[in-house]
Each structure stands twice: as C-alpha cells, then as structure tokens.
Design a protein around this ligand. Sequence first.
Ligand code: SF4
Length: 235
Amino acid sequence: MSDMDQYVVVDETFGPTFQGEGSSAGRYAHFIRLFGCRLSCAWCDSPQTHDATRCDVAAEQRILSIEDVTSWLAADPAGLLVITGGEPLLQPHVVGRLLCAIRERALATDIEIETSGAIAPADMITSAVTRFNVSPKLAHSGLRRHQRIRPAVLRGFADSGKAIWKFVVQELDDLDEIQDLVDTYGLHPVWVMPEGTDSATVLARMRMLADPVLARRWHLSTRLHTLLWENDRGR
Ligand code: SF4
C-alpha cells in the first residue's frame, strides 16, 4: 500500500453545522473539505484549496491519516457527512478507503460528495456514497467548455443513479444553458443555486430565479450557510 492510500490532503474539517446547499439543505452535518482542484472558476468560493495566486495554499494544507478523520467523526457520529473541496475526486484511492472505514464503523448515515463533474469517481467511492452532488460549471465560470463539460463523465454520473445536479447561476440566461445540458445528457434531478458569498446577493438571486425555476419544474437551492453566517469560514 502506498502513502497515497493512507493519507488524505485536507483543507479543513468542520461541524457540526448545517448542509447549506442542494437536496439536503438544513440537515445537521459534518464537513471534510479536501485540498486541491485543477479548475479555476472565476467566482470560486474556496480558492484556499488550490489557488496560490489568491491564497497561501501551503498554510492551508493539512495531511491527515484515515484514523485521524475517523477519530474526529467518532466524537460525534454524523447523520450526514459532506465531503467537499476543492475537488474531492482528485484523491480517489484514499477517499475510497476513507469511505469504507467510515461505513464499516457506522460513523455516518449518509455521505455526500460534492464534485464539479469533470472527473469520474472510482467504483469504490460510488459504492460507498449516498449521493454525488454534481455541479457542472457554466460558461460564466470562465472555464473553457472542454475543461468543464466532460460528456462521458457526466453520463457515468447520470447512470450511477446517485447523482443530483446542482448548477450555480448568476443570470436568468444561465437557465437555457442548463436546459441544453439537461436535454443532452439526461440530467435529473436539477437544483438551481444562486452564486453569491453574501446574504443580500443570494436572496436577490433566489427571488429572481424562483418563478423561472418553477416553470421548468426544477428545484431551487439556497446557500443556507451564507444566509446565516455570510462568508465565515468553517460554518
Ligand atoms: S471546481 Fe469548485 S473548487 Fe474548483 S475552482 Fe471551481 S468552484 Fe473552485
């Protein structure tokens, strides 16, 4: 077994708090935010996980063993564990082993992984998770299409039966772009979430989006942590 299989590179662990986004918003939850991402979304709300031009990433990085993480969770076994990033699927071996250890010790009832949908998950991860919260990036991310839309990966998530699709939206026109992806790749169910790191922006965009999202028979996600605590870290 290599070191890659034994240690997870983490930005932060935090909780208890609430899952702020998507289909589990409002649930009591613990979070593991993994280090690293190869993308560079213009509005990224967690640049400390990877962006050396904006943050002191060396100071953010922590190396934890699987035992470190399971001991932390054992102190308050989670109904819901959210593994976010960064991009959690960049560490497939150790994340797969970590999830197996958490399942074996019954340290979480449900496990969600939040991913950009640009990397296919290892089978071990797919077996262990309850749900993938897949968030393909739209054109306003500033990424090139081939970086953010990986057709085979999206189809794989859709076929897993474990994906919900959460799109970050700035403007009403973004809904047409989502519709095109939904129709092309058979994405279901869809959650539309406003982009924003302050409560006023999130609320204004939710109000703008509410009726158009209803008209498409999609779901609307808030950013509960932002409404409650603005842009505080670790909430
Ligand atoms: S995929 Fe996520 S972590 Fe990576 S740059 Fe985009 S928003 Fe940030």
